[in-house]
Design a protein around this ligand. Structure first.
Ligand SMILES: O=C(CO)COP(=O)(O)O
Length: 248
């Protein structure tokens, strides 16, 4: 039985004061959620959040991680640094990173490996654009994005990872994939992994992301291959996020 996981991705929002209040608000409401819950906060808030969340059930994550171990890489944040700040998770390959900052499949795979090298669980984000969906390329895109990581890290590495399916056309657009559309791709991802290793596929937590909200989370999370969510906008409000966490 796979445990559900709900992760908030705060993106580039908030101030230190609002981040503290949001984190404490979420942590205070977690006793009634059966899912594991984490928030991926902006890097500079992590030290303070690490301090105030220490004795709570709310885990911390980063929104990205360097593809190298250390050295002359101005502006990057290493896996060692994130591990020191108490990060349990790191997003790798979020579509906003791929689209705006040029993160390639190869660099995403390197980030995945860096995270694991320091005991951080990578949350590998994959998903197609609207154009790719309309051209029936969804599964080909998923294959490529998954295979690049399998090639570098090996299929066994997925035992310590999470996958998030985020159709790019549903992110921040208010246009959610229907329960069936999301389930179809989640099933496909699990079958792809199963063709390499059945047990890894069976145990893999596959999260859905893209305009998930309190009013659609229950339907999505009820699908057999959807194990939780990666939540953007709705994670910026403690009550909305907690409602989603309670929908698993
Ligand atoms: O990108 C997302 C989470 O990583 C989804 O964002 P929204 O929930 O705002 O659509």
């Amino acid at each position: 039985m796979r445990k559900s996981l709900v992760v908030g991705n705060w993106k580039m929002n908030g101030t230190l004061a609002s981040a503290e209040a949001l984190a404490l608000g979420v942590a205070a409401g977690l006793s009634s959620s059966s899912a594991d819950v984490a928030v991926c906060a902006p890097y500079v808030f992590l030290p303070r959040l690490h301090e105030i969340l220490k004795d709570t059930k709310l885990a911390l994550g980063a929104q990205n991680i360097a593809d190298k171990e250390s050295g002359a890489f101005t502006g990057e944040i290493s896996a060692t640094m994130l591990s020191e700040m108490g990060c349990k998770y790191a997003l790798v390959g979020h579509s906003e990173r791929r689209t705006y900052y040029g993160d390639s499949n190869a660099s995403v795979a390197a980030r995945f490996c860096q995270a694991q090298s320091k005991g951080i669980v990578p949350i590998l984000c994959i998903g197609e654009t609207l154009e790719q969906r309309e051209q029936d390329q969804t599964f080909a895109v998923i294959d490529e994005q998954l295979q690049a990581v399998i090639d570098l890290a090996g299929i066994a590495a997925f035992a310590g990872a999470v996958i998030a399916y985020e159709p790019v056309w549903a992110i921040g657009t208010g246009r959610t994939a229907t329960d069936d559309q999301a389930q179809e791709v989640h099933y496909y991802i699990r079958q792809y992994l199963a063709s390499k290793d059945q047990s890894i596929a069976d145990n893999m937590q596959i999260l859905y992301g893209g305009s998930a909200k309190p009013d659609n989370a229950k339907g999505l999370f009820a699908m057999p291959d959807i194990d939780g969510g990666l939540i953007g906008g709705a994670s910026l409000d403690a009550d909305s996020f907690l409602q989603i966490c309670r929908s698993v």
